[in-house]
Design a protein around this ligand. Structure first.
Ligand code: GLN
Length: 213
């Protein structure tokens, strides 16, 4: 199995390591032609505006958009979730006043930096659907991550942050927030499983590619 990691900006190395530890061949993708011959793609965490801009500059945006529409499996973590979202609640503009774009494909609306600033980064345990939790809940690290404010009918919610368990009671306003979703061949998490040695989310993605999940 060959899985690409979009390698324009962000924590590419961590995703490569996660995929390789599960026996997949991980391929760094920067150019459109490198999208060919892959079974799936991971869009890493980082900065969604930077990845968007570089993807346009490298000519990867349009071909990737097309492939996603054709059913190409993609997993996006954090900035990657933002880039898969059909709608960004609060897109930033570049110096030319051009709003940030996403590749889209996932019928969700995301809010960037929803949990607060960098220093409000936090960790929590999640009850995560479609994942075997006999080894314990999924430990999730949030670093200026988005949350999902709207999900379309085709979208399945896999995990929510329980305000009781987060250090973010005030931000969450006593409400749980959606932080993992899937729809068709697309999977997205607000958090970074790749930085903690958590492998079950990547494993779920590989099972999705194989048609086993
Ligand atoms: N806040 C970042 C963005 O908007 C995402 C942060 C991350 O990927 N850790 O792109």
């Amino acid at each position: 199995m060959r899985v690409g990691v979009l390698a324009l900006q962000g924590d590419v190395r961590e995703h490569v390591a996660a995929l390789e530890s599960l026996g997949a061949e991980a391929v760094k993708v920067r150019r459109p032609e490198e999208l060919e011959g892959l079974d799936g793609l991971v869009i890493p965490g980082g900065e969604s505006t930077a990845i968007d801009k570089l993807a346009r500059a490298f000519g990867v945006s349009e071909p990737l958009r097309r492939k996603i529409a054709e059913g190409f499996p993609v997993y996006g973590s954090c900035a990657g979730m933002i880039l898969l979202a059909d709608e960004i609640a609060d897109p930033t503009e570049d110096l030319a006043g051009r709003p940030q774009e996403s590749f889209g494909g996932l019928d969700i609306t995301v809010r960037r930096n929803a949990f607060g600033r960098q220093r409000e980064s936090f960790e929590t345990d999640l009850d995560f659907k479609d994942i075997d939790q006999s080894g314990g809940p999924v430990h999730a690290v949030f670093i200026r991550g988005p949350w999902v404010e709207r999900v379309g009918e085709s979208v399945e919610v896999l995990a929510e942050v329980d305000p009781q368990h987060a250090s973010h009671t005030a931000t969450l306003g006593g409400q749980s927030r959606i932080v993992a979703v899937r729809s068709g061949n697309l999977l997205a998490t607000s958090f970074h499983p790749e930085v903690t040695g958590e492998r079950r989310v990547h494993e779920l993605f590989i099972r999705m590619i194989k048609g086993e999940a």
